[in-house]
Design a protein around this ligand. Structure first.
Ligand code: C2E
Ligand code: CA
Ligand code: CA
Length: 693
C-alpha cells in the first residue's frame, strides 16, 4: 500500500472550507498527494481515476449522505476514515461496520492526531488481506507442484516390512534422498528406518493395517546427508501385507512458505512474539480447556503497558525503540512457564496469558516477576535506559468468559492503574462502569460547554456581625439528561481532560457580570470568589483569561477573588507564585482553599503572596467534639494571623461551631448555617439577613 511507486492519494472530503484547509495543511507533513473537495459527488467522480486512496470523509456532506458515499466508493483499495462532528459512538460503530478503517471525532485535539491515524491506517494490512495474500501464495505453490507430479517427477520407494529392506527406489527418488541406489540404503543397520524414523514407521503401519486405501501424509524424510525434507507421501500396502509402496515428493519449500506466511499473520515481526490474533486464539483455547476441566480452573491475563515509551521513540530514533522492545520481549519470555503465552499486543503494549493458576494469590508473584523485568536497566546504542511498566490484571472466570472481554478488561485495568499512577490494577466491574460513565460525561460536557449549560450559585461569606463580606461562586451543570449535576461529579473529569479551562472561563464571566450587576444596582460592593483548578492555573494564558473576563464584564479587579487549592499551588509552585504575584499587582485577591488537607510546606507558606486561608470544612465539621480538629483549626487561625493572612471557616452548620470559631478569632464564616449556595435572584434576602436575627 505504501510503496513509493504506488502511493495512495489522500482525499479530504469536508464541506467546512476552513477545516478542509486546516486538515490539508496538517497532513502535508506526511508528503502524500492530497485532493481536497467540499462536495461528496465531486469526490466520487474524482476517485474513479485512482486505484488507491484514503478518504477522510466528513459525516455530514451537503450533497450526499455519508452512507451513500461509502456505498459508491469505486474500488476496495480505496479506504476511508469517517470524521464525525458528534461524539457519537453509534455513528462511529455504524461506519466501522460499513468498512471504515477508523473514525475521528472532530474535537479540539483531532488535527494533531490525524497524521498518526493516517499512518496507522496506511501501514496496517488488515488480517483478511494478509489471509488473501497467504492463500494466493499457497495456490501458486500448490499448482506448480501439481505440474511436477503430472510429469512424474516423484520418488517411488517400495519396502519389505518383514526385514525392513528397501526393495526399489526410482531415479528421482534416489535424487531426492541423495543415495546412489537401494543397496546403499540397506547397507545401513537401520535400513529404511534410516529414511523414516522407526516411530513414524510404526504409526504408518498401524494406520495402514486399519484401512485398505492409500494413506496420504506429510512426513519428514531423512536424506543421506542427514538433512530433513518435508515430503508429501502417498503410502499403499500391497496384497501380501508385507510390502508397502511410498510415492513421495519434496514439499519443503511449500512448508517453509506456509511457515513464513503463518509467521507473518500470527507473529510480531520485530520481537517474534505472538501478535494480537494469535494471543486471542490462545486465550480462546485456554477457555475451552478450562470449560472441559473442572470448574475451579482459573487463569489470568496481565496487560503490560510501557510507561512513556513514546517519548523514547520521539527523542531517540525508532531503531533504539525497537532494540528496547526486543530486549523487553526476551526478558518477558524468560519469566514465564512453557504453557504461558507472551504477546506483543500492540506497539508498546505486551500481554501475557498465565495458564493454570493454583490460586489468585499467585498473581502477586506474577506481577512481581513482570516488574522485576524492568528493575534492571536496558542498553541500546551504548545508552542506558531505565524503563518501567504498568500492569492490569483480569481473571478467568471472574472477569469474563470470552477472550475479547478478558483481554479488554485487563487493558481497562491497566488504563485505570495509569490514571491513578499506580503500578498495577485488578479489573473491577464497578470501576469499569465508572469509566464508561466518565466517558459519557466527557462527551456530554463538550456540548454543555458549547451551549453554556451551566449556572452559578452564590454562597455568602459573613463577618463576625453577620454582614455579608463576599460570595463564593459555585458552579452547577444543568444537564438536559441528568438534571442539576453537582460540581464534584464533573469538575474532576473536566480537570483531567482540560475542558475545565473553558468551564471556568464561563464561571468567571457569569460571576464577574453578576457582581457588577449587584454593584450597579446599589448594593454594598463585596468580593466574589471564583474557584480555580490547578489545571487552569498552570496554563500560560491563565492571567489573560482573568483580564479578559474582567474587561468583558467591567468588574473592577479589587472585587474579584480567586480560590486556589493548596495542592494546586504546590503542583507547580514557582510558576504558581509568579502568577499569584501578578494577580496581586493587578489588585485581585487570592485565597487558599481546603487548607489543612493538602501537603503545604509551612516553611513556604509564608512566601505565598495570598490574602486568605480557608479552613477546610472537614475540620469545622467535627468541632466542638473532636479534639484533634479543634487543635488544627486553632493552629490554622494562629498560623494565618502570624503570617498576616485572614481566615475563612467554611462548612459551618451549627451554632456551637460558629461560637468556637468566633472565640478563636476567625475572621469570616461560610456555611449552611448562614445560607446554602443559592441562585443570584435569591441573594438580596440573604444580604439583609444576619445570623444574630
Ligand atoms: P469548595 O470550593 O470547597 O466549595 C465549598 C463546598 O462546600 C460547596 O459545595 C458548598 O456547597 C459546600 N458547603 C458550603 N457550606 C456548607 C455547609 O455548611 N455544609 C456542607 N456540608 N457543605 C457546605 P459544592 O458547591 O458542591 O462544590 C463542591 C466543590 O466543587 C467545591 O468545593 C469546589 O472544589 C468545586 N467547584 C465548584 N465550583 C467550581 C468552579 O467553578 N471551579 C472549580 N475548579 N471548582 C468548583
Ligand atoms: Ca472554594
Ligand atoms: Ca473548600
Amino acid at each position: 500500500m505504501n510503496d513509493i511507486n504506488n502511493q495512495p492519494v489522500i482525499f479530504i472530503v469536508e464541506d467546512d472550507k476552513d477545516l478542509n484547509e486546516l486538515i490539508t495543511f496538517r497532513i502535508s507533513e506526511l508528503k502524500y498527494k492530497t485532493v481536497s473537495t467540499t462536495y461528496g459527488k465531486d469526490a466520487l467522480s474524482k476517485l474513479a481515476d485512482f486505484q488507491k486512496a484514503l478518504v477522510l470523509l466528513d459525516y455530514k456532506l451537503p450533497d450526499i449522505s455519508a452512507e451513500e458515499f461509502v456505498s459508491k466508493i469505486p474500488s476496495p483499495d480505496i479506504l476511508f476514515i469517517i470524521m464525525t462532528g458528534y461524539s457519537d459512538v453509534n455513528t462511529a460503530v455504524k461506519f466501522m461496520k460499513l468498512g471504515a478503517r477508523d473514525y475521528i471525532v472532530k474535537d479540539s485535539a483531532f488535527l494533531d492526531q490525524l497524521p498518526d491515524i493516517i499512518k496507522k491506517v496506511l501501514n496496517d494490512i488488515p488480517t483478511e488481506k494478509k489471509l488473501m495474500l497467504a492463500e494466493n501464495a499457497l495456490i501458486e505453490i500448490e499448482s506448480s507442484y501439481k505440474s511436477l507430479y503430472e510429469n512424474a517427477l516423484v520418488g517411488i520407494l517400495s519396502i519389505k516390512l518383514s526385514n525392513n529392506t528397501v526393495l526399489s527406489v526410482n531415479g528421482f527418488g534416489l535424487k531426492i534422498l541423495g543415495y546412489k541406489n537401494a543397496n546403499e540404503i540397506n547397507k545401513n543397520r537401520k535400513k529404511w528406518n534410516k529414511i523414516i524414523s522407526s516411530e513414524t514407521a510404526k504409526k504408518i503401519i498401524y494406520e495402514l493395517r486399519d484401512k485398505k486405501e492409500i494413506l496420504n501424509k506429510e512426513l519428514q524424510i531423512r536424506r543421506k546427508d542427514e538433512s530433513l525434507l518435508w515430503c508429501l507421501c502417498s503410502i499403499k500396502i500391497l496384497e501380501d501385507k508385507d510390502k508397502i509402496e511410498v510415492i513421495f515428493f519434496d514439499i519443503t519449500r511449500r512448508k517453509e512458505a506456509e511457515d513464513r506466511i503463518n509467521d507473518l499473520i500470527y507473529y510480531d515481526q520485530l520481537t517474534k512474539l505472538p501478535n494480537k490474533e494469535l494471543f486471542n486464539y490462545h486465550v480462546q483455547n485456554e477457555i475451552l480447556k478450562a470449560e472441559k476441566r473442572n470448574k475451579n480452573d482459573i487463569f489470568s491475563i496481565i496487560f503490560i503497558g510501557l510507561d512513556k515509551f513514546k517519548n523514547i521513540n520521539n527523542v531517540y530514533n525508532p531503531q533504539t525503540g525497537n532494540s528496547l522492545l526486543m530486549q523487553i520481549a526476551s526478558r518477558l519470555k524468560n519469566i514465564v512457564f512453557k504453557n504461558d503465552t507472551v504477546s506483543r499486543y500492540d506497539g508498546d503494549k505486551f500481554c501475557i496469558l498465565f495458564s493454570d493458576l493454583a490460586s489468585k494469590d499467585d498473581i502477586y508473584i506474577l506481577i512481581n516477576k513482570i516488574q522485576s523485568v524492568f528493575s534492571r536497566n536496558f542498553t541500546a546504542k551504548d545508552i542506558q535506559f531505565s524503563l518501567s511498566a504498568t500492569t492490569g490484571v483480569s481473571l478467568y472466570p471472574d472477569d469474563g468468559d470470552t477472550a475479547e472481554t478478558l483481554i479488554k478488561n485487563a487493558e481497562i485495568a491497566m488504563d485505570m492503574a495509569k490514571e491513578r499512577r499506580i503500578k498495577n490494577h485488578f479489573f473491577d466491574a464497578e470501576l469499569n462502569a465508572e469509566v464508561v460513565r466518565n466517558f459519557e460525561i466527557v462527551n456530554e460536557l463538550k456540548d454543555a460547554v458549547v451551549n453554556e449549560d451551566f449556572i452559578v450559585h452564590y454562597q455568602p461569606k459573613v463577618n463576625y456581625s453577620g454582614e455579608i463580606t463576599g460570595f463564593e461562586s459555585l458552579i452547577r451543570w444543568m444537564s438536559k439528561k441528568r438534571g442539576m449535576v453537582p460540581p464534584m461529579e464533573f469538575i474532576p473529569i473536566a480537570e483531567k481532560n482540560g475542558m475545565i479551562v473553558d468551564i471556568e472561563n464561563i464561571v468567571l464571566r457569569k460571576s464577574c457580570r453578576q457582581n457588577k450587576k449587584w454593584q450597579d444596582s446599589g448594593s454594598n460592593p463585596v468580593k466574589v470568589a471564583v474557584n480555580i483548578s490547578a489545571f487552569h492555573l498552570k496554563q500560560p494564558d491563565f492571567i489573560d483569561d482573568i483580564l479578559r473576563e474582567l474587561e468583558l464584564t467591567g468588574l473592577s479587579p479589587e472585587w474579584l477573588e480567586l480560590e486556589f487549592t493548596e495542592s494546586g499551588i504546590a503542583e507547580n509552585e514557582k510558576d504558581s507564585i509568579a502568577k499569584i504575584n501578578k494577580l496581586n499587582k493587578l489588585g485581585i485577591s487570592v485565597s487558599i482553599d481546603d487548607f489543612g488537607t493538602g501537603y503545604s510546606s509551612l516553611r513556604r507558606l509564608k512566601e505565598y503572596p495570598i490574602d486568605t486561608l480557608k479552613i477546610d470544612k472537614s475540620f469545622v465539621e467535627s468541632i466542638p467534639f473532636d479534639k484533634k480538629s479543634i487543635k488544627i483549626a486553632k493552629a490554622i487561625i494562629d498560623l494565618a494571623h502570624n503570617l498576616g493572612f485572614k481566615v475563612v471557616a467554611e462548612g459551618i452548620e451549627k451554632r456551637d461551631q460558629l461560637d468556637f470559631l468566633e472565640n478563636n478569632e476567625c475572621d469570616f464564616y461560610q456555611g449552611y448555617y448562614f445560607s446554602k449556595p443559592v441562585p443570584p435572584e435569591k441573594i438580596p434576602e440573604n444580604l439583609k439577613k444576619s445570623h444574630t436575627d
